[in-house]
Design a binder for this molecule. Structure first.
Ligand SMILES: [Ca+2]
Ligand SMILES: [Ca+2]
Length: 716
């Protein structure tokens, strides 16, 4: 009986051991695939001799012995004693070993170690700390910075540390790091160190313990040796199964360049979205074929300032309080501490560039980019006024037609030319630098001005789409009958002429022709940029993202411009191309422009930011049909929201009135089905997606000043 129990126990124990080993191997393999080593791992300890190893300093050789297939390190004096492997010029590698620590003390592994030119220490470099569970997380499983000429950075167990160009640290928590209980005293532990360019990972027993990225180019070590350490009298540590894999196969760059192409007021008419038969956009279409086209992507606000704020700050309008074209986000007190997308890239060692319109009115927060190019604005001095609907209540930007001047003078031609020059200069300087591997990558945000009003483009383009052949958008004369009153109030675009004016003055067709011409001209400029990237080595290490800040109405629902929560104003072209990523993917799941920030963080390995509200699109880039429970939200003014799923749009206004459309049968959103009783279940489900927090509209310094003046004069 006793024997049977014992053998059952033994069986259970050995089964759990097998499971444990299998899990460890699976984890290790997952990372191996990322590394793509070109060699199999090499045992660098033969189990019998210390051939290939040397003690540092040389007079501590007696601290290191081989016994029973193990390297045994015994501390004999109060000093640092190392056993180093003879290759002192390792760059990218994967080191694995087992260690067992007896008694007190701690030990560690030297990574990219070098002789200390100042002679203060035997070796300097990065150091992975080992020990037993009792010694605390500041030592066990942490990274140390054993340098004499730069500062120490805490990178405890459970930490992801990023050191920026100025040697300043940012720390975030790892998702499921090894816990203290997972590390054993007096027993064998498996350790794995992965060094890849300036990124270092430390695994214990198959789980990540700590990792860091070192962007401090003045101090980082891109090569060096590896070694084992003891340092206290009586301390005893054993090592065995020591394997080294040198990684020299080129792998996708962990710090790719980023090219962000923002287009102003471009709706879903473009070729690859199939929106208007005469909207030709061959260059945007060819970009889509190189990566992932999101066919159900939506802005977070249907107007310039709040949409662009949401993209660059990573916040919803309902959180930032930036709902309309004022105030500028960087003047809002509550947003001053926030780190914009470009600044986050700068903090990770990128050189940042911008030109054209990235924020509303082409303004920029102070110091938001390292290099700022031309920002010519929506109107040029040489523009001739062509149609003049100004007296009909529109602002001065409302005009359209062909401008006669040289094409090179158009804003978007200038913008593209500057960007191309900068990209080429950056690339030349990187290639010719002393160490191209560690030269800064670029983050460049380019904002094209058209097809925003005025709809001006060269005559050459107008001639491609004759006026009498223009197809007008579909209009249902009864469309507005089923709308709540607040919808009709909110959808008025105050700066635009009304639809009646376009019809009465016979300008509808002309305006559509002009908008289509602008799409073609801007698309040509996009093509020039794409040629610069894709006809050069930049193709292999540059992420390209193209988006429009929101859509645009040209008579649909008998209205013009953006400012509404319907499809034509919220849906945008949105394309992400990553080097080495899957090509020709089409994703019809709901996507938000707000996701650009967190997605780029993931694609470029930057440290995450807790305040960001968008969802990283990585799962959809990997598989466009992946399970995705996130609808796309658009907000227009405080507490008016639209929720777009893969099939429906639900709109809820601040007074509680609603609209619901089934886009599968009603792509023009003509039939509001919100009042149908059978829709209650769906509506209550969609209602739950609406933000709970609805910040009051943010106010900038001018409004604050006025309010103070009012208070002073007793008016408030
Ligand atoms: Ca816009
Ligand atoms: Ca309707």
């Amino acid at each position: 009986m006793l024997t049977r129990i014992n053998s059952t126990l033994l069986y259970l124990l050995s089964a759990s051991l097998i499971v444990l080993v299998a899990l460890t191997v699976a984890d290790a393999n997952a990372d191996e695939q990322v590394l793509k080593p070109n060699q199999s791992k090499t045992a660098i300890f033969d189990g019998e001799t210390l051939n290939g190893w040397q003690a540092v300093p040389a007079d501590c050789a007696s601290d290191w012995q081989v016994k029973n297939g193990m390297i045994v390190g015994t501390g004999t004096q109060q000093r640092l004693s190392y056993l180093t492997w003879n290759n002192q010029n390792l760059t990218d590698f994967d080191l694995s070993l087992s260690y067992r620590l007896h008694g007190k003390g701690n030990t560690g592994i030297e990574v990219r170690s070098q002789a200390d030119p100042s002679g203060k220490r035997p070796l300097i470099g990065y150091h992975a700390d080992l020990g037993h569970p009792g010694i605390g997380k500041h030592i066990l499983g942490a990274w140390d910075f054993h340098f004499t000429n730069r500062k120490e950075h805490r990178c405890d167990r459970g930490t992801n540390l990023v050191i920026n160009l100025g040697d300043e640290a940012t720390r975030t928590k790892l998702v499921s790091p090894i816990e203290q209980e997972g590390i054993l005293h007096d027993q064998w532990n498996q350790v794995r160190i992965v060094a890849r360019k300036n990124h270092f990972k430390f695994f214990i027993n198959g789980q990540l313990s700590s990792e860091f990225t070192d962007n401090y180019t003045n101090g980082q070590f891109s090569q060096g040796g590896i070694g084992l350490q003891v340092h206290d009298p009586g301390m005893k540590v054993e090592f065995k199964d020591i394997y080294l894999t040198e990684v020299s196969t080129p792998v996708p760059d962990k710090s790719p360049n980023v090219l962000l192409i923002a287009i102003d007021d471009l709706n879903d008419w473009v070729g690859c979205l199939g929106g208007h038969p005469q909207a030709s956009s061959p260059n945007i279409d060819r970009l889509a074929k190189r990566g992932t086209l999101f066919t159900n992507a939506h802005c977070q606000a249907p107007i310039c300032n709040p949409s662009r704020t949401s993209i660059m700050y990573g916040l919803r309008p309902s959180t930032s309080g930036v709902y309309m074209n004022a105030p500028k986000p960087w003047t809002v007190a509550g947003l001053k501490k926030n780190v914009t997308l470009s600044r986050h890239f700068a903090a990770h060692g990128y050189k940042t560039y911008t030109t054209g319109k990235i924020y509303h009115t082409s303004g920029l927060p102070d110091g938001d980019f390292d290099v700022v190019g031309p920002r010519p604005g929506q109107r040029l001095k040489i523009d001739q006024r062509l149609v003049t609907p100004k007296k009909e209540g529109a602002n001065g930007l409302w005009d359209f037609g062909a401008q006669p001047y040289d094409e090179k003078l158009f804003q978007d031609h200038q913008t593209a030319s500057w960007a191309i020059d900068q990209i080429q200069a950056h690339e030349t300087s990187r290639r010719t630098s002393a160490n191209p591997q560690t030269a800064k990558p670029f983050f460049m945000a380019i904002g094209f001005y058209r097809p925003h009003v005025p709809f001006y483009s060269p005559k050459r383009i107008f001639d491609q789409i004759p006026l009498d052949e223009i197809e007008l958008p579909l209009v249902n004369p009864n469309d507005r009958d089923d709308l709540p009153a607040i919808a009709s109030e909110l959808m008025v675009a105050p700066a635009a002429p009304d639809h009646a004016w376009f019809v009465k003055s016979s300008n509808w067709r002309r305006a559509v022709q002009s908008y289509l011409s602008c799409i073609r001209f801007t698309d040509e400029q996009v093509g020039r940029l794409l040629d610069t990237v894709y006809q050069s080595p930049l193709a292999d290490n540059t992420i390209v993202i193209l988006y429009s800040d929101h859509g645009f109405f040209l008579g649909e629902k008998e209205r013009w411009a953006k400012q509404s929560l319907w499809e034509r104003a919220t849906r945008v072209p949105f394309i992400i191309v990553q080097p080495g990523g899957k090509q020709g993917q089409v994703c019809s799941q709901p996507a938000e422009l707000l996701s650009i920030y967190p997605t780029l963080i993931d694609l470029c390995g930057l440290s995450p930011r807790d305040e960001l509200e968008g969802n990283s699109l990585i799962p959809l880039l990997n598989d466009p049909k992946a399970t995705w429970h996130h609808p796309a939200l658009t907000t227009h003014g405080k507490d008016n929201h639209s929720v777009r799923t893969d099939t429906h749009r639900y709109i809820r206004y601040r007074d509680g009135s609603e609209e619901l459309y089934d886009l599968r049968s009603d792509p023009n959103e003509w039939t509001n089905i919100a009042n149908q009783p059978e829709m209650e279940t769906l509506k209550s489900k969609l209602k739950k997606q609406i933000p709970v927090k609805n910040a009051d509209p943010a106010i900038g310094p001018q409004r604050q000043k006025k309010n103070r003046a009012k208070q002073k004069s007793g008016l408030q």
